[in-house]
Design a protein around this ligand. Structure first.
Ligand SMILES: Nc1nc2c([nH]c(=O)n2[C@@H]2O[C@H](COP(=O)(O)OP(=O)(O)OP(=O)(O)O)[C@@H](O)[C@H]2O)c(=O)[nH]1
Ligand SMILES: [Mg+2]
Length: 315
């Protein structure tokens, strides 16, 4: 079967909207929407191919790119390897040089367009916002304190979701806390994952679960009944287990020194990159990082940045 290596660009503006183009009817996967890009020529470097294709198709010159993921897919007539890169800065104003219609879409809007089958993992991946905000320890069962904390959240323009961590809360109070977070943040476009025992989250009606490293290592399979499951990891063994269970994301910490864990030895970006390089699992960098670390995180292969501080007004 024909094997094709393709350089694909996920072009993101500052508000995390994504540029898509419609493939002409006569092409392979004609009529579908796609991420701009094209075939890598023999011997050509992928980033060079990406720059060439974006110039040919959109008349832009990418100036900031980072690898997002690699996808192998079999169509009936060909095998494609999509080498997908984020493009977060460029020179020029994109236009459809070949007459192809263009659209800037949010991640949820992508789900309503028809894309080639191979693109499904990209669309799923883009549904995970680049920032994951974690609640700081709040007084037990104090819904008012939680409400105050939630209202002070500064949601970055690129989008975020929340890991609700309420140590000491359980039963009806935990359920109320989760309901409060979902109710306050839903209208702001912020989803909530709950860091607690799977049974607790299930009973509270949560649809997304976050596992501590200890709970992760005790799991023999992916906890059932959740749309998203992720876990906290501190090393390669935990990351490998999270991937083997088919989790949707992991956190890896501590990347930098943190106030909350003063004794912990920071990993640094080099080790972060080394430990995550071979994984298909999206990994957020955590520990001493705020929203401004996103560029470094992407350069090190992270999906995004997770943190407690730096995501609230006035912090
Ligand atoms: N550019 C692009 N190609 C994709 C995507 N998804 C996907 O399956 N493909 C497949 O990757 C292959 C190569 O893409 P292409 O047609 O853009 O190649 P190209 O720009 O070099 O075009 P050309 O051969 O007409 O010069 C096609 O078989 C296409 O169906 C996508 O999101 N973007
Ligand atoms: Mg193309």
């Amino acid at each position: 079967m024909k094997r094709i290596h393709v350089a694909v660009g996920v072009i993101l503006d500052a508000g995390q909207r994504i540029l898509v183009a419609r493939r002409a009817e006569h092409l392979h996967q004609g009529g579908c929407w796609e991420f701009p890009g094209g075939k890598v020529e023999p011997g050509e470097d992928v980033t060079v191919a990406l720059a060439r294709e974006l110039e040919e198709e959109l008349a832009i010159v990418p100036t900031a790119t980072s690898p997002l993921m690699r996808i192998h897919h079999d169509y009936p007539d060909r095998h494609v390897c999509l080498d997908v890169h984020r493009v977060t800065d460029w020179r020029g104003e994109p236009r459809g040089v070949e007459g192809q219609p263009l659209a800037w879409l949010t991640a949820p809007e992508l789900a309503h367009r028809r894309f080639p089958e191979a693109n499904l993992p990209i669309i799923r991946r883009l549904g995970l916002p680049p920032f994951l905000i974690i609640t700081r320890a709040l007084p037990v069962d104090d819904l008012e304190a939680l409400a105050g904390w939630l209202d002070q959240l500064a949601v970055p323009a690129r989008g975020a979701w929340l890991q609700l961590r309420l140590p000491g809360w359980s039963g009806p109070a935990f359920a109320e806390g989760l309901k409060l977070a979902l109710g306050r943040l839903g209208p702001r476009g912020v989803d909530v994952t709950a860091n607690a025992a799977p049974e607790e989250v299930r009973q509270a009606g949560g649809h997304a679960l976050h596992l501590t490293a200890r709970r992760l290592m005790a799991c023999q399979g992916r906890p059932e009944g959740f749309a998203r499951v992720g876990a906290s990891c501190h090393g390669p063994e935990e990351l490998a287990h999270a991937q083997a269970l088919g989790l949707d994301y992991a956190l890896l910490s501590p990347v930098a020194a943190t106030r909350s864990h003063p004794g912990a030895v920071p990993l640094g970006w080099a080790r972060f990159q080394e430990w995550t390089a071979g994984l298909a699992l999206p990994v957020y960098a955590l520990g001493g990082l705020g929203p401004e670390a996103l560029g470094s995180a992407w350069a090190a292969g992270a999906h995004g940045v997770a943190g407690i501080t730096g995501f609230r007004r006035g912090e």
